[in-house]
Design a protein around this ligand. Structure first.
Ligand code: PEP
Ligand code: MG
Length: 579
């Protein structure tokens, strides 16, 4: 039966493919007592489900051995097969069915809980984390028991629409970044806000995504045919042939438009009245630098290094970080690479840092010990990163960017630590070159008291995602207040334009690296505020360049100055439309 669901559009484009449910085994399962005479049948039903789940893993093992498949895939398949074959899990379930006469699903969840509780006691963080794998294996068996087994045969024949669409209750940024190594066509989640880091990663992957769907996870079944319209925030389940054809056409039209934009790669990023505008790329992983270069980015304006720290049990050491940073610098050649220091905390979690300062479940993580606050509380860890970044500066043009600064003392402490890192490198006879140091303006207090930033730093970069979150008191990850997350709120516009003007008055370079910089509908507004440096996901760069090339900066300055005088939302959006 066809139906559609609506949510927050977070990453544009159209994906057509089969649903892949990511679930939680703790979800409720039916619980009932068996009659004595049904016990044998239930045991057989359970054994059959284990057998089917094992066959699925075997089939997956085949897919994992295809050349080019990520190595992690085959490692996880092996581990899951091992867990499934382990009597510690399955024997306990059989006992519960036989002796307590629990139905198989109920027995399975109880046994899982018992095993997982034992894992919580382990000292070793790696072993503790393996409980996730047990949960996933149990989910696989539960799906078979509940008749939602992966329909392997059908998948094999679904050649045309073979994209995989992940359907989840929620995805963390750490989950989503892993899609870079897997072939995921798109995703939808029940929770989440439009500028959460999960959404940002989706845009960087350039895959259609919709969040805040509320009931997708419970209404959709594995292998359902789905259309994700990431531009309009719509999900269509089991579409009829007419709708499917229309969306296929739209998908081809979009692909055509994208390929036309490629013609702009070589063109100069300049307004009609001759103002040069620098377009930089935001990247999450070193491999993203290639894409930045392909679209002709003038440099990397924001390298979110925290993704190097996620999905692993050990922290990357100085050499590993150095190699990662140097690889980006090498790809970018003589173009500048802006490396942001670790911005961990809030929605970005790294399990290797879980037991560090303040990282125990903070009562309000967005206002807690995140980003530079965390780094200053953990100077040894911060120094490792600073040394790695400085060492990479010997191989190209690096700018060091500090997130979440608000206080003059934080600036001073950071600068002192950079000096200490340099001293340590000199003592170790390690080479490094001059590095410009900049601060992110993403806390209203920073935008309202720029003095120390202008006096002590070399450049500014406005992080509009957090600036909006903190100005409007809207949790950027919370779908229930997403409708209030408004980049065009007069207070937000004032803070951005004041920061640009403040920097320009003293001749300091200033960029915008939040999501506003990549939205082509806002390019003229930012140009009119005087902005000449934008940083965004590579996928958005050419569309923004097209806007730049159609703009007259002198005219825009006059119109935007008028727009900024208004504090009425309707007037602002009316004037924005007229730009
Ligand atoms: C921002 O806050 O605008 C920003 C660019 O940083 P992040 O999205 O990583 O918090
Ligand atoms: Mg930020």
């Amino acid at each position: 039966m066809t139906f559609s669901l609506h949510g927050q559009a977070v990453s544009g484009g159209i994906a057509i493919g089969r649903a892949h449910l990511v679930s939680h085994a703790n979800l409720e399962v039916a619980q009932y007592q068996l009659r004595e005479r049904d016990v044998a049948g239930e045991l057989a039903r359970f054994d059959k489900a284990v057998e089917v789940a094992g066959a699925e893993l075997n089939a997956l093992r085949g897919e994992a051995s295809v050349p080019g498949a990520p190595a992690e895939l085959s490692a996880f398949v092996d581990l899951h097969a091992m867990i499934l074959a382990d009597p510690a899990l399955t024997d306990g379930v059989r006992v519960l069915i036989r002796e307590r006469r629990c139905n198989a699903e109920w027995a399975m969840v109880q046994q899982m809980q018992q095993v997982v509780d034992q894992f919580d006691e382990f000292e070793d963080a790696y072993l503790r984390e393996r409980k996730q794998d047990i949960v996933q294996v149990v989910e696989r068996v539960l799906k078979v028991l509940q008749g939602k087994a992966r329909k392997l045969a059908r998948r094999k024949t679904a050649a045309i629409d073979d994209e995989l669409i992940v359907v989840a209750n929620d995805l963390s940024p750490a989950d989503t970044i892993q899609f870079k190594n897997l072939k995921i066509g798109g995703f939808v989640t029940d929770l989440g806000g439009a500028t959460s880091h999960t959404a940002i990663v989706a845009r960087s992957l350039a895959i259609p995504a919709v969040v805040g769907m509320q009931h997708a996870r419970s209404l959709i079944q594995d292998d359902d045919l789905l259309i994700v319209d990431g531009t309009r925030g719509v999900l269509i389940v089991d579409p009829d042939i007419g709708v499917l054809q229309e969306y296929r056409l739209r998908r081809s039209a979009l692909a055509l438009e994208r390929s036309k934009l490629k013609r702009l790669v070589a063109g100069r990023s300049q307004t009609l009245d001759g103002e040069d505008v620098f377009l930089h790329a935001n990247i999450e992983l070193p491999q993203d630098a290639e894409r930045a270069k392909e679209v002709g980015a003038d440099g990397v304006g924001l390298y979110r290094t925290e993704f190097l720290f996620m999905n692993r049990d050990e922290l990357p050491d100085e050499d590993e970080q150095f190699e990662a940073y140097r690889s980006v610098v090498r790809v970018m050649g003589d173009r500048p690479v802006t490396i942001r220091t670790l911005d961990i905390g809030a929605d970005k979690e790294a399990r290797a840092l879980r037991n560090r300062a303040g990282n125990q479940a903070a009562p309000n993580p967005a206002l807690g010990l995140r980003a530079i606050r965390f780094c200053l509380a953990e100077p040894q860890l911060f120094l490792v990163q600073l040394r790695a970044i400085l060492r990479a500066s010997h191989f190209g043009k690096i700018r060091l960017l500090i997130p979440m600064l608000a206080h003059a003392t934080e600036i001073e402490q950071t600068l002192a630590l950079v000096e200490l890192a340099k001293l340590q490198l000199r003592e170790a006879r390690q080479k490094f070159d001059a590095v410009a140091i900049g601060g992110m303006i993403e806390i209203p207090a920073a935008a309202l008291s720029l003095g120390p930033f202008l006096r002590r730093l070399n450049f500014l970069s406005i992080g509009t995602n957090d600036l909006i979150q903190y100005t409007l008191a809207i949790d950027r990850t919370d779908g229930s207040v997403a409708h209030l997350y408004d980049p065009l709120h007069p207070a937000v516009l004032k803070l951005i334009s004041q920061t640009i003007q403040g920097a320009q008055r003293v001749g300091m370079p200033v960029a915008v690296c939040g999501e506003m910089a990549g939205d082509p509908k806002l390019t003229k507004l930012l140009l009119g505020m005087g902005l000449r440096e934008f940083s965004m996901h590579p996928a958005q760069l050419l569309e923004v360049k097209q806007q730049v090339m159609m703009s007259d900066a002198t005219q825009l300055a006059v119109r935007v100055a008028k727009l900024l005088k208004s504090d009425e939302p309707e007037k602002i959006s009316e004037q924005l439309d007229r730009l």
